[in-house]
Design a protein around this ligand. Structure first.
Ligand code: SP5
Ligand code: ZN
Length: 340
């Protein structure tokens, strides 16, 4: 299988994240990339290539003011770096009649919805590299050159909304791929990261031509907490083109299988021309933040089930924070996708 890499990923590395009032090492760290790449190389059968930066593909799904903000804040962090400050964090989340007109501190909170998503000198470049890799994969699948292409990238993307970063995500890589493919036909986005793909849902919420389906830990108790509930079904022309399947904490393969079948059935009934598969290994039983109980082997079953749809697919890497489980799960999943 062809793998498109974000060669700029390591330019973004958050120095820490908040947990119970303290700062702990950030789960979304550069080592995740090498863990997956190393596992794929050891397994064999994968070819790797880099993608050229492409700003147009980002502009197709994100607000121009948000893109400009991320670019400017990354450049500002680069300059501030000389003074020993190397990351910008939101401190307030402004609301009111004009929250985006009040200077740098308000903007940090206005373009972000949580405290897990700082801006560093290399954030814009790294995020752009990921979106560009997803776009390149979509081009290959759209051209029919490849049946399935895997995008190995970080930072992840599925929490990033039209004009807000959050959940370690800046540009929505899966949405970039889906937007490009939607020019040629209907697209289904299937999100099996353990967290709800709120950004992808948000970007396509009023679209009838892009179905978004997410299977995830119940947001009543798991990040992102504010969306991912079953009653979010789309709006306007997009009513009925969004599906959330929340699962209780501790869900194992016996509990996950019917939820996955339900999600795949919704995808099949939509009759899409293309699939974008947002894959997270954070539903693995060894993941430090996911809370579900899926063993490595189950990711092979997951991949084979997705393959059963028979759709040309872009597979985009999202979360997964146990480095051993991450590489093994990615190999199992992609082998499953290739199986026949
Ligand atoms: C792409 C992706 O998987 N984003 C996930 C963002 C999750 N951010 C919140 C992390 C909270 C970690 N604290 C967990 C404490 C468990 N001991
Ligand atoms: Zn996740």
């Amino acid at each position: 299988m062809r793998v498109i890499l974000n060669s700029r990923h390591a330019d973004h590395a958050a120095p820490g994240e908040f947990e119970a009032g303290a700062v702990v090492p950030c789960h979304e760290a550069p080592g995740r990339f090498g863990a997956i790449r190393g596992a794929l190389e050891a397994a064999g059968g994968f070819t790797f290539e880099n993608a050229a930066p492409n700003e147009e593909c980002v502009a197709a799904v994100h607000h121009p003011a948000y893109v400009a903000y991320l670019r400017g804040a990354s450049a500002e962090a680069k300059r501030a770096n000389g003074g020993g400050l190397n990351s910008f964090w939101p401190t307030v989340f402004p609301f009111g009649p004009n929250p985006r007109a009040r200077g740098a501190h308000a903007l940090r909170g206005a373009y972000c919805f949580d405290v897990y998503t700082p801006i560093l000198p290399g954030t814009f470049g790294a995020a752009l590299g990921g979106a560009s890799a997803a776009f390149r994969a979509a081009e290959l699948v759209a051209a029919g050159t490849e049946k399935s292409v895997y995008v190995l990238s970080r930072p992840p993307g599925h929490h990033a909304e039209h004009d807000r970063c959050g959940g370690y995500c800046y540009f929505n890589n899966a949405a970039v791929a889906a937007q490009h493919l939607s020019r040629l036909g209907k697209v289904a986005v299937l999100d099996l990261d353990v967290h709800h793909g709120n950004g992808t849902q948000h970007i396509f919420y009023d679209r009838a031509d892009v179905l978004t389906v997410s299977v995830h830990g119940d947001p009543a108790g798991l990040y992102p907490f504010f969306s991912g509930f079953a009653d979010e079904t789309g709006t306007g022309p997009g009513l009925g083109a969004n599906m959330n399947v929340p699962l209780p904490p501790g869900t194992d393969p016996d509990g996950y299988r019917p939820a996955l079948a339900h999600a795949l059935d919704a995808v099949a009934r939509f009759r899409p021309a293309f699939l974008v598969f947002a894959f997270g290994a954070d539903a693995h039983e060894a993941d430090p933040i996911g809370g579900l109980k899926l063993p490595t082997d189950f990711f092979g079953e997951m991949g084979a089930a997705v393959r059963g749809l028979g759709l040309p697919a872009v597979i985009v890497q999202e979360g997964g924070y146990n480095l051993g489980a991450l590489g093994a799960s990615a190999v199992a999943l992609l082998r499953g996708v290739e199986s026949r």
